[in-house]
Write a protein that binds this ligand. Structure first.
Ligand code: CO
Length: 133
């Protein structure tokens, strides 16, 4: 079951500059940085109860965010629904014809399990489902 809007992610070309903006200019709490090797992404989270802003940046100058930035320069990248049973939700959505970017959930930021629905299944919006550890 989907239980919350977990976060909204913004792809950023300069991670440190954007962290400063959200900390100092927007005065949000900074929840720390994490390199998610499996996703080739560096992330930074700013909780805004009951959700978070996630900054995403290429890890080691490679991965899907690099391709996104080259095409768009930055921007609103995905939104993420929090699930209390990700495998059941994936199964349910697959049965309805949704296409996913991977066969099964994998390890994302904060040791959560994550999976992405293909944007063409959701009117062009990239939607992530996660289940916190
Ligand atoms: Co995310």
């Amino acid at each position: 079951m989907i239980v919350a809007l977990d976060h909204i992610a913004i792809a950023v070309p300069d991670l440190e500059k954007s962290i400063k903006r959200f900390m100092e200019d927007f005065q949000l709490d900074f929840n720390g940085k994490e390199d998610v090797k499996g996703a080739k992404t560096s992330t930074a989270f700013f909780p805004v109860p009951e959700t978070s802003i996630e900054l995403v940046h290429p890890l080691n100058d490679e991965g899907p965010i690099k391709a996104y930035l080259e095409k768009k320069g930055g921007g609103l990248h995905h939104l993420c629904f929090r699930s209390d049973d990700i495998n059941a939700d994936v199964e349910r959505l697959k049965a309805k014809g949704y296409q996913f970017l991977s066969e099964a959930p994998y390890a994302g930021a904060h040791n959560s399990q994550v999976i992405f629905i293909h944007p063409k299944s959701c009117d062009g919006v990239l939607i992530e489902i996660n289940q916190p550890a």
